[in-house]
Each structure stands twice: as structure tokens, then as C-alpha cells.
Design a protein around this ligand. Sequence first.
Ligand code: SF4
Length: 378
Amino acid sequence: MSFIEEFNRCDPEDISARIAACGAGDVERALDAEILRPADFLALLSPAAGTCLESMAQKAHRLTQRRFGKTIQLYAPLYLSNECTNSCLYCGFNAANKIARRTLTLDEIEKEARILRKRGFRHVLLLSGEAPQAVDNAFLAAAIRRVRPLFSSIGLEVYPMDEAGYRQMVAAGADSLTVYQETYDRALYAALHPAGRKRDFDWRLGTPDRGGAAGLRTIGIGALLGLGDWRREGFFVGLHARHLARSWWRTRVSVSFPRLRPADGGFAPLQPVSDAALVQLICALRLLLPDAALTLSTRESAVLRDHLLPLGITQLSAGSCTAPGGYGHAADGSEQFAIDDDRDAGQICAMLKTQGYEPVWKDWDGAFRTLQADESGP
Ligand code: SF4
């Protein structure tokens, strides 16, 4: 069953009512469970669990240490283009915003990539808006091939593709895909995406499954926090991640927690998510998904990122710039959003070591893919 079918069987209002109705006993049962059922996950997202954050944090910490040890994998985003035909109201690249638009050439992409490589990064995430006249599959495949010798892992956070498109990206050397649903609330999604191809909720919802079918090694999902009710959004993110882990068993699932940041256009969060809510959400997802990679980007402050680490975070971005060409040149106002943690990679490494963590620059090599393919036989 595709996730769209699974999602359509859920009644969002019923989910909200069940979350609100959970009591202390439900939370206790969820905390005692080895493997969480959806009902347990609902309880951990409920207001009743708000008084059990310490117990949730301790269990999340234990599970993470058991699965991942004290390691944090580092990556950097590389923006290829800020051109976009969509009108997502919360985004600085929104087609209606009057900002300097730019798509890097392959030479410029390589230049940015070499700067990141020199800073130590071996995992890179290539990003762009959705503007077929500027960035299409052929351009992306060429960009991947150009930077492939510099990195052991290349991820994509671009427009949704069909399965054939993702196969083309895998053949070029990409191994991971990040695609946030933004919100799992259909009505809210329609209001926030008034124009452009991104209006198609179902096409976006089915994207991670198409990536899994194409053989991408890691698939990252998430909801943009600050749009809908975080408890219900968190429930659907968990359900979606569990579906992907079961459907594409060779693929590692990763969950991110992007909270809305100031951006051009001045969009204010519709339902702000507090730090305590973010803690509860991270812990609940770790308890539901002990094997998932959990990612925290530079959207969050340095102090908060340092404190959230022990809860189950396994991946951090560092020294990020959200404008195309931003590593080689000073920011020119064309960023997607303002980052909060502006420490460079060296400072992040120093912080990790102080906290007893080992920074991991490279935990995967494309050569393994060939080996795996050989071992799986004819
Ligand atoms: S969120 Fe993505 S698709 Fe939407 S306007 Fe921004 S870059 Fe374009």
C-alpha cells in the first residue's frame, strides 16, 4: 500500500481528538512499551505527556546511544539556484518575492563544492527551487556528476520527480532525497501553496515512495513546524516514516525538525512551536523510530542545538549558507531563510568533542553501492 492510501484512511479530526483524550496512564504505557503502536505514539505527542519530558528524554537518549553510539554525522547544504515558480507563502524564494535570482553554472557549483570539501565536508545536500527553465533533471544530473569526486554522499532537496527521474539521479551518483510535506493538513496546504506545481498535495505526498522505489539510500521527511498543529503534524510524520521504513527496507529513513525562520515576504508562524514542544516531538519520534536518523539544521540556535543533541539527534548541518554562491561570496539578501546557528564547521566539531561526541564527516561511500549490488546477485 502506498502512503497516500494509508494517509487517506486517517481522519485528521479523529487523530486530534485522540491526542487530546490521552491521559497519564496512556503515557505511562507508551513509555514502558518496547515497540510503539500508533496509539502509544499519540500518547507521547499529547498534552498529558508534557509533564513526562524528563522520562521521555532519558529513554530517547538510551535508545539513540544503543543504535548510534556517540556519533554525529555532519553535512552542508549547497544551493544551486533560488529561482522558483512556486508561491509557498512561508518561503523567501517564493516567485512573488523581489529578490536577486540566480542559478549557478556547473563551474560555480564546483567552486562552492570545493570550498565545502576544504572545510572537511564529505556529505553535501544540493538544493534548488522548482523552476524547470533553470534547473531540470539533465542539469541536476550534470551537477551531481561534477561534484561526485569530491563527496562520499550527495543528497537532493529539489522539486519532486517521478521514479524515472530519481533513477536518473541515482545513476548520476546521488544517494539521498529530502522532501518535506510542509503540512499534512490538506486545507492548510492548499492555502499556503496558492500557485505553481507544488499545489498538488498528493504528488508531493507520494514523492518519498517514488524515491524509495528508485533505490535512493536515504529518504528524509518532515513537516515545517509553525504551520499546522505540531502534535498532529508530528503524528503523520511518524506514520509516514514508519511506512517508508517498512516499504523500502534497504533505505534509511531520516526525519528533520525544520521550524519556521524569518524569510523574505515576512511570513509569521501560524502556530508557533515552543522549545518544549520541539523537545517532546523529537523524543516521541525517537521512541517510535529507534533506527531513524534525526536531523537538526542551523535553523535552531547554537544553545538549543547543543542542548537537543542528547535527545536523539544524529545529524547536524554546520556553517550553512542558504543563498546560491553564498560560500564563495558574502550574503547578498537572496537567502531562502535566515539561519540562527552561524558557527563554522570547526566550532561545531569542537562543541561535539566537548560533549563527548565524535563528529563523523563520512559514514558512507558510493563504492558500497556497487558492492551491495554485486552481493545481491543476479
Ligand atoms: S519552498 Fe521550495 S518550492 Fe516553495 S517557494 Fe520555496 S523554493 Fe520554491
